[in-house]
Design a protein around this ligand. Structure first.
Ligand SMILES: [Mg+2]
Length: 377
């Protein structure tokens, strides 16, 4: 099949929705506060009856710099690029998107996700199988404690432990005294058995990061995400060389170029891959390849995606053994669930992924009906 073949599939129209969902509680990190979910849904239809793909973007402006409004405008431009093209030519379409609009990985990720959904449905394979994966692992998710007072954070962590989550992720990034007090309070509440992961979200400078990580050693921390500002790769190398706790690159790692640079510099022990940073699954697969080549293990993470975006990410996990940590908790923070099918949260943080073709998830049309919408094509 090629682009000139008259029988080739073609993209006929694209629907764009602003997807607004309330959060159960404000989500607080060192960079700012999110009070509700303001995502975008991209639905790509083809000229084959009933064959369409769905993707989701979560513009997390305090990290990626885009908003629902800015991404919605860009989505209209990207949609016009796609109309009439063959949706199975994903690598080609991603290059066309990158030529039309520079940067802005979050909204491109929604298009990438919808294209893979089409490819999976077309070939009748779930995404993980499309990439040659074997569904032989029990997936679990950690659960994230927002940045707050030590007392509130300890209470929240204990509730998560009592719920059976196998690991707890803690937002830090203020200063040594306050952050150590937070972890001390949490360990006193939950004990030492279950793993704790921490995330400074760029909140420390190099000296503070080194002091804090040394002070936290006795609390048995599994790893620390993004201790220093994202641009400071040299600083990250220094922190890693002094830290007793393994370092994970998150905001400093968007695409495969970042992955290669960080790996070459020896800047981190782990990568944190998110589809809203990578621009979707195609680049995420490239990051995993760099990680494999460099002997670095990966985590997958989320912004505030629904179960649809998380399901696409979970397929990547199943497809690639390099990914060993899973942070798939965002939909648990939503007050409403607009997704049908898709990954399910079971007991004790366990996650089950669907075996249906493509992503295997969709949005409830009735939920989308009340949202702002445009149609291109
Ligand atoms: Mg992080």
């Amino acid at each position: 099949m090629n682009g000139n073949n008259k029988s080739a599939l073609a993209i006929s129209r694209i629907e764009l929705y602003k997807l607004n969902i309330p959060l159960k509680n404000p989500f607080i990190i060192s960079l700012g506060v999110m009070t509700d979910v303001k995502n975008i849904v991209v639905k790509i239809h083809t000229d084959q009856d009933g064959l369409y793909g769905t993707g989701e973007a979560c513009p997390f402006w305090i990290i990626t710099g885009s908003t629902q409004e800015s991404d919605f405008e860009l989505a209209k431009i990207l949609a016009r690029v796609m109309i009439g093209k063959n949706p199975l030519e994903i690598e080609h379409l991603i290059r066309e998107m990158d030529e039309e609009v520079k940067f802005n990985p979050t909204i491109k990720g929604a298009f990438d996700m919808a294209l893979y959904d089409i490819l999976g449905k077309y070939t009748q394979l779930p995404l993980y199988a499309l990439w040659g994966g074997k569904n032989d692992r029990t997936l679990t998710t950690d659960m994230t404690v927002s940045l707050d007072t030590p007392e509130k954070m300890a209470t929240e962590a204990l509730a998560f432990k009592d719920n059976g989550f196998p690991a707890i992720k803690v937002k830090l990034g203020e200063n040594t005294i306050k952050d150590v007090a937070r972890i001390k309070a949490i360990r006193e509440a939950i004990g030492m058995e279950i793993p704790l992961r921490i995330d400074a979200n760029q909140g420390w400078d190099v000296v503070t990061a080194i002091h804090t990580l040394k002070a936290l050693e006795k609390f048995d921390i599994e790893h620390c995400e993004e201790p220093v500002p994202r641009w400071n790769n040299e600083g990250l190398v220094l922190v890693r060389s002094k830290s007793p706790i393994p370092v994970m690159a998150d905001e400093s790692l968007f695409d495969e170029h970042d992955a290669f640079r960080l790996a070459s510099m020896g800047a981190c022990d782990y990568f944190n891959i998110k589809l809203s940073k990578s621009g979707g699954l195609n680049t995420a697969l490239k990051i995993v390849a760099v990680a494999d080549a460099a002997g670095i293990k990966s985590q997958v993470g989320c912004m505030l995606e629904t179960r649809l975006g998380l399901t696409a990410l979970a397929h990547l996990v199943v497809a690639r053994k390099n990914i060993v940590h899973y942070d798939l908790d965002s939909a648990l923070m939503h007050a409403e669930d607009p997704v049908s099918g898709g990954m399910r949260y079971l007991e004790k943080g366990e996650v089950a992924i669907p075996d249906s073709p493509g992503i295997g998830a969709d949005f409830d049309p009735q939920y989308l009906a009340s949202m702002d919408k445009v149609m291109i094509g």
